[in-house]
Design a binder for this molecule. Structure first.
Ligand code: ATP
Length: 152
């Protein structure tokens, strides 16, 4: 069943530095989603630790934190029917070296450089979206937003 959802998207630092890539992704987003919130942000070490807490024990954790805090990122709250899976489909799979061959039209297929610098992030469920949105948009009032979107 189609359901109106929100999700968190993050465009990672190497893409934000590339104006062509950033504009192309923004155009794609505007065609597919309502942009409920957008913010350019230099992610602090503390924010990154909250955001990637589930990866603390992974071998790539330090590399991931160094990269995501290395320059401005763009965070967006996106709304659409099935926004979570829709955005993840547009992003493409995590593993860039495979994705550039298997799904070259996805954002990661087009602009990913490595498994760490894989261009963008997307929440994996509505519940994680709400937690992640809180890291980037602490003033966002989901209940208020939902009142105006009764199909959610
Ligand atoms: N094998 C790896 N080597 C290096 N970095 C990795 C690796 N696997 C994941 N990462 C990094 O950690 C992030 C989180 O990994 P996760 O497994 O949650 O992937 P994802 O859900 O596709 O990505 P995201 O959570 O960013 O949307 C990835 O986006 C990527 O930047």
């Amino acid at each position: 069943m189609n359901k109106l959802q929100i999700t968190l998207a993050v465009i990672k630092p190497h893409v934000v530095k590339n104006l062509f890539a950033l504009e192309s992704i923004q155009k794609r987003i505007e065609c597919e989603f309502e942009v409920v919130g957008i913010r350019e942000v230099v992610i602090s070490r503390e924010m990154a630790e909250r955001f990637y807490a589930e990866h603390r024990s992974k071998f790539f954790y330090n590399r991931l934190l160094s990269f995501i805090t290395s320059g401005p990122s763009v965070a967006l709250i996106l709304a659409a029917e099935n926004a979570v899976s829709k955005w993840r489909q547009i992003m493409g799979p995590t593993k860039v070296y495979k994705t550039i061959y298997s799904e070259p039209d996805t954002i990661r297929g087009q602009f990913g450089l490595s498994d760490t610098r894989n261009a963008c992030h997307g929440s994996d469920a509505m519940e994680s979206a709400l937690n992640e949105i809180n890291v980037f948009f602490p003033d966002f009032d989901f209940e208020e937003w939902r009142k105006n979107h009764p199909t959610l």
